[in-house]
Design a protein around this ligand. Structure first.
Ligand code: SF4
Length: 222
């Protein structure tokens, strides 16, 4: 099956959906967005990365920023923060204006530090799957760069991670088609959610939401 361009979803939505399907649906279906400090920081980091005019060559590596990507089979579109193209005359693909074959190595820049949940890894994996489809190559690894720790975390693009991407996108397309907004399911990430005042207006007007989260989440509340 191939998706029509009109039905493409944003790749960046994967991290929202992974964190909370309701948050994703409020942003991408209901079109609400509340920019808190964390999302503002994230936007500034990304603005610094996305400069499509800038292609740097370091030895046998080409570095590009802000490449637009898409996949018809996954039905998604988006932008890569940084893609390194490593010279690889066995497994690489052709790049316009450059001799030889080049293998993409996507790098996604993130605020904060590495997380237990797979949200960032799923987004990176989806970017790699788009690049594979566009260039006819196989990509086995990418990396996440965390702004707070200044560390580059290598990510193996395994089959289970790819299956999770496919499954999540199927659900997102289904929700989008039906205009379905999942009900509130309080979780420990709610207090830091950029949409909490829209999602949980009654609770957030109280002096402190802590008793509510403690009651709902018990020992899971941090
Ligand atoms: S406040 Fe909680 S339930 Fe509501 S969108 Fe945010 S994370 Fe999801």
């Amino acid at each position: 099956m191939e998706y029509d361009e009109d039905d493409f979803l944003m790749i960046s939505g994967i991290q929202h959906f992974s964190f909370c399907p309701r948050q994703w649906a409020l942003i991408h279906i209901d079109q609400v967005w509340d920019e808190n400090m964390k999302t503002m920081e994230g936007n500034i980091i990304h603005e610094n990365c996305h400069n499509p005019d800038f292609i740097e060559k370091r030895g046998e590596i080409l570095i590009s920023r802000g490449i637009r990507i898409a996949s018809r089979t996954l039905g998604v579109t988006g932008q890569c923060d940084v893609v390194e193209f490593h010279r690889d005359d066995d497994g690489g693909g052709r790049l316009y204006g450059h001799n030889g074959l080049w293998l993409p190595f996507p790098i996604e820049y993130k605020r904060g530090k590495t997380k237990d949940i797979n949200a960032d890894r799923l987004q990176l994996c989806c970017q790699a799957m788009c690049l594979e489809e566009m260039l006819g190559v196989s990509i086995y690894q990418g990396a996440l760069y965390y702004h707070e720790t200044h560390r580059r975390e290598p990510v193996e693009l395994t089959e289970p991670l790819r299956q999770e991407v496919r499954k999540m996108l199927e659900m997102m397309h289904d929700y989008f088609k039906r205009g379905y907004i999942p009900k509130v399911r309080p979780k420990k990430g709610c207090p830091s959610c950029s949409l909490k005042e829209i999602c949980l207006p009654v609770i957030c007007k109280k002096k402190s939401a802590q008793p509510y989260y403690e009651a709902m989440l018990g020992s899971d509340y941090v």
